[in-house]
Design a protein around this ligand. Structure first.
Ligand SMILES: [Cu+2]
Length: 505
């Protein structure tokens, strides 16, 4: 926890952002090479021999998630989460990535508008970091805000691979101006470990609002499922977990987040899960949501509970005005009891941390949107329908976009959707399955423009939760040429077909 908390005031008092990154660099990051005095100078491309700004080493390491409870996972720099990387918007960085494992790896810079050769997705043509090899990655980070990095390998049936591993770390790209006034920042990475396969198991979904189902999608999905079950097929595999952590420690086994009354703490929260949706509440407190997926929201309102789909991020300010020792935890009792929480401890307060169930609350992205505004019409609307073939792929559900499952292949696959630079596109996504999908577009941000038939505007994201039998529309400007991956971020779904490519024509 210590590595991920820092004093904002202290930070501002030091010699600047780069010096801050140096002073606060968690274990495992090489010191930055620039002199902080130089940081107003234009970025100069480093020579091949110059030292990198950061070094990441992919390696299998023991991680102690609770005293004497040690798991072995693939990590960045032997730690979980991977080190917090602080970049400055628009200032070029060099990252050396060493792969000490036996498999080629991909390191994806989630949420950044960067070129395909560094984005970190083989499907877009990014070169692999070879097994026992290395790759130097040079790019100019943007946009500002909370991003992250993670492996983009397919896991398939291998629960030690892909994002089931410990290959997740936060990125913070310093904006020119921070949204909101706060005293300090705390980064939280939510992540489960010890995955196992199970059959069935229901995903929480009734938290999403609006809850309107599309009858035709429901009819399609339900009849496909009935036909499959009638043929004697079991439900497709799902994944469950043995342990739950925040910043790699189970609830009760980390240093508490120590706060003072009246302090305003800016939490940067990342759902680093491979497959799960997470929630978070802090008894007696509310969260003022200032950014979603790193992008400032038009309407930073207070909410009692946060919900995050896989790969979503929330930046929220909590005013510490309810002294005590509290569990900030997931609403799912079982997951919280198995570790999904952190203790928040006020100064001069002691005792056992308390959990209080928050009042019922629905998660609605529209709360944070521009009131009364509708997005302008796009140049083109791209229609997509998502469907599940129950247990169709060796017991796993196979997923399709417009009837096509993305092939599991090492070959480059041609793009299915084509865009022109500078044009404004709308993707109309219709979910003919009962599962919730955290849908992600690489290398672009999108604006939420319709949620379950209700128009909205002003919320910019790179992942959106699409509820079962619901429809969502997002708009994006084609402003970053090159192959662009679009997929469900649920590892089991993306690995079994739920993926497609855009190209620029
Ligand atoms: Cu999905």
């Amino acid at each position: 926890m210590k590595d991920f908390a820092e004093s904002r005031r202290g930070f501002l008092k030091t010699t600047g952002a780069m010096a801050g990154a140096f002073l606060l660099a968690p274990r495992g990051i090489l010191a930055r090479t620039e002199d902080p005095i130089q940081h107003n100078e234009p970025a100069v491309p480093p020579s091949e021999s110059a030292a990198a700004d950061y070094t990441l080493r992919i390696e299998t390491s023991p991680v102690e998630i609770a005293p004497k409870r040690i798991i072995s996972v693939t990590t960045y720099n032997g730690q979980f989460p991977g080190p917090l990387l602080r970049f400055k918007e628009g200032r070029q960085v060099t990252v050396d990535v060493f792969n000490d494992t036996d498999s080629p790896e991909q390191l994806h810079w989630h949420g950044q508008k960067i070129p395909t050769d560094v984005d970190g997705a083989a499907e877009e043509g990014t070169p692999f970091i070879p097994a026992h090899g290395e790759r130097r990655i040079v790019f100019t980070p943007r946009p500002a805000g909370l991003r992250f990095y993670h492996t983009h390998n397919r896991a398939g049936a291998n629960l030690a691979a892909g994002q089931y591993s410990g290959q997740v770390g936060p990125v913070y790209i310093e904006p020119k101006q921070e949204p909101g006034r706060y005293d300090r920042e705390v980064f939280l990475v939510l992540k489960e470990f010890e995955p196992t396969f199970s059959r069935g198991g229901d995903m929480a979904m009734d938290f999403l609002s609006p809850a309107t189902h599309v009858k035709s999608l429901e009819d399609t999905g339900e009849s496909a499922m009935k036909a499959s079950i009638a043929k004697g097929m079991p439900h497709g595999y799902e994944v469950g977990y043995g342990s739950f952590t925040i910043n790699g420690r189970m609830l009760g086994h980390a240093e508490p987040i120590r706060v003072k009354q009246g302090e305003r703490v800016l939490f940067h929260i990342l759902n680093g899960s491979a497959t799960e949706i997470r929630s978070l509440a802090l008894p007696g407190h509310s969260f003022q949501v200032v950014a979603l997926d790193g992008n400032p929201v038009p309407n930073p309102v207070q909410v009692p509970v946060l919900w995050l789909g896989t790969a979503e991020r929330i930046s929220a300010i909590v005013e510490m005005n309810y002294p005590g020792v509290w569990i900030m935890g997931d609403l799912a009792d079982d997951d919280r009891r198995h570790g999904m929480g952190s203790v928040v401890e006020y100064a001069r307060r002691a005792g056992k941390a308390k959990w209080i169930e928050p009042p019922p609350f629905h998660w609605d992205y529209r709360r944070f949107a521009k009131a009364g505004v509708t997005a302008p019409s796009p140049d083109e609307t791209i229609e997509m329908i998502f469907a599940k073939d129950n247990a169709a792929e060796e017991g796993f559900n196979r997923w399709t976009i417009n009837g096509v499952a993305f092939p599991m292949s090492d070959e480059m696959i041609p793009a299915s959707f084509h865009v022109k630079k500078g044009k404004h596109y709308r993707i109309r996504m219709r979910n003919a399955s009962d599962d919730l999908h955290p849908i992600h577009l690489h290398r672009h941000s999108f604006e939420l423009t319709s949620l379950a038939g209700n128009s909205t505007a002003g919320v910019l994201k790179d992942v959106v939760m699409l509820g079962g039998y619901q429809e969502v529309e997002v708009d994006f400007i084609a402003d970053n040429p090159g192959l662009t991956l679009f997929h469900c971020h649920q590892q089991l779904h993306m690995d079994y077909g739920f993926m497609t490519l855009f190209d620029y024509v």
